[in-house]
Every structure is written in C-alpha cells, then in structure tokens.
Design a protein around this ligand. Structure first.
Ligand SMILES: Cc1ncc(COP(=O)(O)O)c(C=O)c1O
Length: 486
C-alpha cells in the first residue's frame, strides 16, 4: 500500500499513509452506507495488520477529499475507532494506528498465509465453469450407470472414466497409459497424501531406508504440497529451480523420490528443459527412485501446445498426477494418477482405506464430458479467456513497472512479480487480497531460499480490474524501494 516514510525520531521511522492509498485499503466506495464502509474497512485493516501500528492516517480533510465523503463522516468514524482502541489520536502527529496487544501472525518477516476460505492463487474463474455442459454430462453419465455401479465404488475408479482418461492423457500429454494404469483420486492433493504415506512406509520406491524417508522437492514449491508430504512423515530436501526448471544435477543421492512440476513450475512458471528431463530420469533409474510429476495445469498453455509429460519418456519410474481443479473447478475434487503396476496396487489399497473410493456419479459425469468433446470445447474457450487476461495484465505491468521482469511461460492461472524486499511483498499480498485478487508471498514458497515477490492469481483479473491490480503492485514496489533507502 502506498505510504510515504518520513523521519520520526533517530531510532524509529514514521509511516504516513497517503490519502489515495486509503482507497486501496478500503476497496471501492459503495453508493450507500459510506460510514459503515469506512469503519469496517479501517477496522479490518488495523486488525489484520494491513495498517501497521504507528502508521499516521491522512488528515480528516485530506481523507474526506480522497474518499469523496464528508469530513463529519471521517471524524465520526475515527472517533469510534479511537473509542475501540484501534486508533490513537495524538495532539501533534494526528491519528495513528494503535499497537494491538496480540498482533495476528503475519506481521513478521513474511506476508500472512491466506486466511481460511481465501481463494488460492491457482483457482480458475468460477464464472467460466461450464454449468450447462456439466449438467448434461451428469445426466448422461448417470443414465449410463448400471445397478452394479451404485454400490461402493471400485477404489481404482470407474472403468469408463479410466478409459476416457487414458485416451485423453495419451492425446493431450503423450502419456503411456491404459485404463489399468489409472487410479481416480479426489484431486492431486489426495494423490500426494496417499503416495507420501506409501513412500514414508517404504511400500513403494524400494525398501525402507534409514528413517525418515527423504523426498526431493523444487525450491520454491507449492506450500500446500510440502505440507502434505510432511504430514505423511517424509523429510523434504529443496533443490533449486532456474530458468530451465529443477536443477536435476543437484538431486540428492539419499532421496527416494522427487516431486516436480515440469510443464509449468509452481510457482516460477518455467518449463523443465529437455536435458534436465533426461538427467532427472537418469537419477531416478540410477537409484530405483520415483518421479512424482505434478501436471496440475499443463493443459493451460497459451502460446503453443503444452510439452509432453515426463511420464511419456519413462512410464516405469514416473507417476503422473493431474486433476480437473484448474480447468473446471477444484470443487469437483476429481483427479487421476497414472502409475506403473508396482505403484498402482498399493495405491488402490491406500485409496480404499482412505475413503472407499470416489463418488461414482461425479466420475461418470467427467467420463461423459470427455467422451462428448465438451471437455475439449471448454478447454479451448478457457485458454482463450485466460490468455487474454494474462496478456492484458502483463502489458499493463510492463508499462507501469518497466524494470520488473515477470518470468515464466505463457501458461496457467498465476504469475510471479518479483519485488524489492519483505515490506513490498507484504504490501503487495495484503493489497491484492484486499482488492479480491488471490495472492501469495513468493518467499513463503521457498524451501531454503526466500526470494521476495508476489504470486498473483490471474484467472479472475478481468480487463476492468487490471488498473487496480497494477496500482497495488506499483505502490508495493514503491514501499519496497523506500524500505531499501531506509
Ligand atoms: C502445485 C499444485 N499442484 C496441485 C494442485 C491441485 O490440487 P488438487 O488437484 O487437489 O485440487 C494445486 C492447487 O492449487 C497446486 O498449486
């Protein structure tokens, strides 16, 4: 958020909030009930730490002019917040944000994790969900089910869906796969949890070595994925990522597997290069290790056909994981694993123990969506929309922040904007979330290294939102530059 840092005393600097930055904190002004909007918005920003203790608010007159409200409204709201202990009125310095006795986590070095219920950065635009096509697919799918399909499901997955997925993954991802190699799961998250447990127990990827089992991960990585591996008792080892993806030459000898996002690295957005793919597979072959290929958003490539999966090169050592979460909706909780027979067996048993199988009507619907061509039609449409949104945002960013290089290929539902430091990162994450745009601190995705930047969810950023998003990022970059000067 935009704030000007001015000298306060020799040991402490004072942050003054610019009047215009108030709008970034509060969001769009409603037509009615502006007093409540101002009160609730300021209150929330103080409580969740977006307005740091000691920040000096603009004068009543400046605030009223910037917000388009009367001075009386500002004075009343400030008085109420002073009464609530959230603001303090100081005779000479004006109104400042009070230091709360128990600050929420997230006021430290990194931006706070997304609050519960917050939209994660890779979530698709729900407005694009093909409701009519899905409703038709449910009808068709359910009509095609026999009585035998309406008991407990086959824990490996409904045969008709596994067949449809095998056709689709052969065509779209070059995968070596038949229906027997597919296990239907409730998303990549469940696949990772189950596979992590099997790895930790030494039931796949060789006999159980010295505890705990180590698994290599990309640095940076998806925080959620790391959490799932740790919950299963695995120890993760970070391996750096550069412009060509995972530094496969640095994979550790003592790891039994690696989790990797070759088609579109999360979060940096780079593609695993051909030489790296070969060296990754050589590492796996040398130690009878497994490669867990998280193919989470591979179909959403905008400039060319997606590169084939790594599984296409070695179906014996690569386990391919995917889901409909990025293209359709994470609400469906539908995904797949393509694995060699030595993994399929234990995985199906683990799936049975976990939940007795995935909902059959949902599986039947996805099978019908794939078989009717509606999945492909939706994919073409979604690619077009997301590509335009990404382009518009990138063009505006290039104009507003000419020195800043947004890396990664034209793909997926997020992008990374590098920032000068932790204060800029906090400001960007908080400002974007306040504006309703999913955002995550890049430093929070680091395993051993913590680069500052913001991972921005681009799926819902329409043309009309671009200016606002760019303003937040520009203001954040400014905060960071001031921090550097300080
Ligand atoms: C890197 C990565 N992999 C996988 C997933 C998808 O998980 P699921 O298929 O369980 O929704 C996500 C979701 O955000 C992700 O960021």
């Amino acid at each position: 958020m935009q704030g000007q840092i001015v000298p306060g005393s020799l040991v402490q600097m004072t942050i003054r909030l610019e009047p215009d930055a108030l709008l970034l904190v509060l969001g769009p002004r409603p037509v009615r009930d502006v007093g409540r909007w101002l009160h609730d918005g300021l209150r929330a920003a103080v409580v969740d730490g977006r307005l740091e203790a000691g920040t000096v608010l603009p004068s009543g007159r400046d605030a009223a002019a910037a917000l388009g409200v009367s001075r009386g409204t500002v004075t009343t709201v400030v008085d109420v917040l002073v009464g609530e202990g959230l603001l303090v009125s100081r005779p000479r310095s004006g109104v400042v944000v009070a230091a709360l006795p128990a600050p929420p986590s997230g006021r430290g070095a990194t931006a706070p994790p997304a609050p519960p219920g917050a939209v994660s950065v890779g979530t698709p635009d729900p407005a694009l969900f093909p409701r009519a096509a899905w409703a038709r697919a449910v009808r068709e799918g359910v009509r095609g089910l026999g009585d035998g399909d309406l008991g407990y499901p086959d824990p490996q997955g409904l045969r008709v869906l596994r067949e449809a997925l095998a056709v689709h993954l052969r065509r779209a991802r070059g995968a070596h796969v038949t229906a027997d190699d597919v296990v239907v799961v409730s998303g990549v998250a469940q696949a990772l949890s189950l596979l992590a447990r099997l790895l930790a127990e030494g039931r796949i990827a060789g006999a159980r070595p010295a505890e705990p089992v180590r698994v290599a991960v990309e640095d940076p990585s998806s925080r959620g994925a790391l959490g799932l591996l740790h919950d299963a008792g695995l120890r993760t080892v970070g391996v750096p990522v550069d412009a060509d993806g995972l530094r496969a030459d640095l994979l550790p000898d003592d790891a039994r597997a690696v989790l990797v996002t070759p088609a579109h690295q999360f979060p940096l957005g780079v593609v695993l290069g051909p030489a790296r793919r070969r060296s990754l597979l050589a590492w796996a072959a040398a130690g009878d290790r497994l490669v867990l290929e998280d193919d989470y958003d591979a179909e959403l490539r905008y400039d060319r056909r997606p590169v084939a999966s790594v599984q296409a090169l070695d179906a014996e050592r690569v386990v391919l994981l995917g889901s409909v979460s990025k293209l359709l909706s994470p609400a469906l909780r539908l995904g797949w694993v393509v694995a060699p027979p030595r993994v399929v067996g234990p995985l199906v048993r683990a799936k049975r123990h976990a939940d007795l199988g995935t909902s059959v009507p949902e599986q039947a619907a996805l099978a019908a969506l794939l078989a009717s061509g509606a999945y492909q039609r939706h994919l073409r449409r979604a690619r077009l929309v997301y590509r335009q949104r990404r382009r518009a945002l990138l063009d505006a960013l290039a104009r507003a922040l000419p020195g800043v290089e947004v890396g990664g290929v034209a793909a997926g539902l997020h992008l990374v904007v590098p920032l000068p430091g932790p204060a800029a990162e906090r400001a960007a994450v908080q400002g974007l979330r306040a504006a309703g745009v999913p955002a995550e601190a890049l430093s929070g995705t680091g395993v051993d290294r913590a680069e500052a930047g913001v991972v921005v969810g681009t799926a819902r950023v329409r043309e009309a939102d671009v200016a606002r998003v760019v303003a937040v990022l520009r203001a954040a970059a400014l905060t960071g530059n001031q921090e550097l000067v300080r």
